[in-house]
Design a protein around this ligand. Structure first.
Ligand code: NAP
Length: 291
């Protein structure tokens, strides 16, 4: 296709709604995927203030939108505008993907599924019957911990700098699933981690420019542990570098980012996403930003 023929009257619209989107990788990753699959879609950034969300959504209904992603800080507010919410997104309590059909909005959350899919792909890890320790209780932790809770693990432990948030999130998981989740004070981590199969860092500790920081005492790591960090910049945090040295299976946050996007692609198009191309696009963008 020539450039001028790529966007035409039949082009379907997709996009990302958020407050500030200059940092986002989504448009680049999605547009390359539609181009590769010869799908007549274009994915655009829709930066907006909170007060305009209602009017924008009303307009979107009358344009050729098939859906959109939602990011910080609107993943919770957007739920008020949905006609239907997928059960897992309802449990997570936030929506990052909306599908529009016959003028109706259906909300999904693909963040947690993105994590679990990459865990299976990259570490061959299935959460069923496993013991999992999650560091952090913020927005990403909610998506990851609720999605893991949905996969029948034996136990989930959650620890957080602000312990009360770990207590609240654990209570919510136990209420929505079953009594599988336990908050842990950082002083009791040694006893807990010894018994765990999977460790996930969902805090921002170790993220660029604080590469020298680590969210956990590295002496607590052990060989049998699979260690994940959902941070993707740097590609290898200190936590992952040290875990690798011990022989642990490790995974960074790139797979989660790719797979949450691939799930959204599939929700909108009903077609298999070109995951490897999406991964390459992300890496390209990450590398270019490091320069
Ligand atoms: P958030 O809602 O702001 O939560 C931040 C979490 O980090 C909280 O648990 C917070 O603890 C903890 N934290 C922050 N600074 C800390 C410090 N100095 N010491 C100890 N704990 C600290 O953020 P989020 O949206 O969940 O994002 C968290 C991380 O996940 C970021 O690095 C983000 O880039 C990454 N992420 C990756 C993906 C992906 O697709 N790979 C997706 C989403 C997010 P308190 O509760 O005590 O403040």
């Amino acid at each position: 296709l020539k450039e001028e023929e790529m966007i035409n009257n039949d082009t379907r619209l997709l996009g990302l709604m958020g407050e500030t989107l200059g940092h986002s990788f989504s448009a680049f990753m999605h547009n390359r995927a539609y181009e590769r699959e010869n799908l007549n879609y274009i994915y655009i950034n829709m930066e907006t203030e909170k007060k305009n969300i209602g009017e924008i959504l009303n307009g979107i209904k009358y344009l050729k939108f098939d859906g959109f992603n939602v990011t910080i800080p609107y993943k919770i507010d957007i739920m008020n505008y949905m006609d239907e919410i997928d059960p897992l997104a309802e449990k997570i309590g936030s929506v990052n993907t909306v599908k529009i059909e016959d003028g109706r909005f259906k909300g999904y959350n693909t963040d947690g599924e993105g994590f679990v899919i990459s865990l299976a792909e990259e570490c061959n890890f299935d959460c069923r019957g496993k013991k999992v320790l999650i560091l952090g209780s913020g927005g990403a932790s909610r998506a990851v911990s609720m999605t893991i809770a949905d996969k029948n693990p034996e136990k989930i432990y959650i620890t957080n700098r602000t312990l009360q948030k770990a207590v609240d999130l654990s209570d919510e998981i136990n209420y929505k699933f079953s009594e599988i989740c336990f908050p842990v004070d950082s002083v009791n981590l040694d006893a807990v981690i010894e018994d765990c199969d999977l460790l996930i860092n969902t805090t921002s500790v170790g993220m660029h420019p604080n590469e020298d920081m680590c969210p956990i005492d590295l002496d607590l790591l052990h060989e049998g542990l699979t260690v994940c960090d959902i941070i993707y910049n740097p590609e290898k945090t200190m936590l992952l570098i040290e875990a690798e040295k011990l022989g642990c299976k490790t995974m960074n946050g790139i797979g989660m980012l790719v797979n949450q996007g691939a799930k959204a692609f599939e929700i909108w198009t009903d077609k298999k996403a070109p995951i490897e191309l999406m991964r390459e696009s992300l890496k390209l963008l990450l590398d270019s930003r490091k320069k």
